[in-house]
Design a protein around this ligand. Structure first.
Ligand SMILES: [Mg+2]
Ligand SMILES: [Zn+2]
Length: 176
């Protein structure tokens, strides 16, 4: 295992907070178990934390950007502060280089933090998250939920980048 990363980026829905599909309601935001403890552990090491979030509900007309911003603000209120936020409003058909599993948001977050992509880790609940990390040259940890596909879990297990919860994920990254 390489040295501890210099920044840790978290997926939002299904990772930091309970996944409520296309949620536009700040009142529906609920942290995932161990999210606060995991974030505290990384911050206590002096390492910045950030968020990288696909929000294709905007492209689908199910959310407006102001709702995404309001939900993000609630996440920050419950779990913040975050050193960087990156979110993408596009859908699969838009070809956006920022939409995970493309690397754009990870690269942009790394640049915003002044950290090389190879010194960043991404924690998420689905293959798009680890795919974005791989494409950016970053490290990845998968913390599956009941909705994560079995083959994605097995792939992460085989690569030694699977954790049961967010505290396990940051422990795997060296924040023990
Ligand atoms: Mg997710
Ligand atoms: Zn985009």
């Amino acid at each position: 295992m390489s040295a501890r990363p210099q920044a840790v980026l978290f997926d939002r829905d299904g990772t930091l907070v309970v996944d409520v599909p296309y949620n536009g309601d700040p009142a529906a935001v609920a942290p995932m178990p161990a999210a606060a403890a995991a974030l505290d552990r990384v911050r206590a090491a002096g390492v910045p934390v950030g968020v990288v979030s696909n929000q294709s509900g905007v492209a689908r007309g199910l959310l407006d950007p102001a709702q995404v911003i309001a939900v993000n603000a609630r996440v920050e209120e419950l779990l913040g502060p975050f050193a960087v936020w990156q979110w993408c409003p596009h859908g699969d058909g838009d070809g956006c280089p920022r939409r995970k599993p493309a690397p754009g948001m990870v690269l942009d977050a790394a640049a915003a933090l002044g950290v090389a992509p190879g010194e960043v880790a991404v924690i998420g609940d689905i293959a798009a998250d680890v795919g974005a990390a791989d494409a950016a040259g970053a490290r990845a940890v998968l913390v599956p939920t009941a909705a994560t596909r079995g083959e994605e879990v097995e792939d992460a297990r085989a690569r030694g980048r699977l954790a049961d919860d967010l505290l396990g994920a940051v422990t795997l990254l060296g924040f023990a």
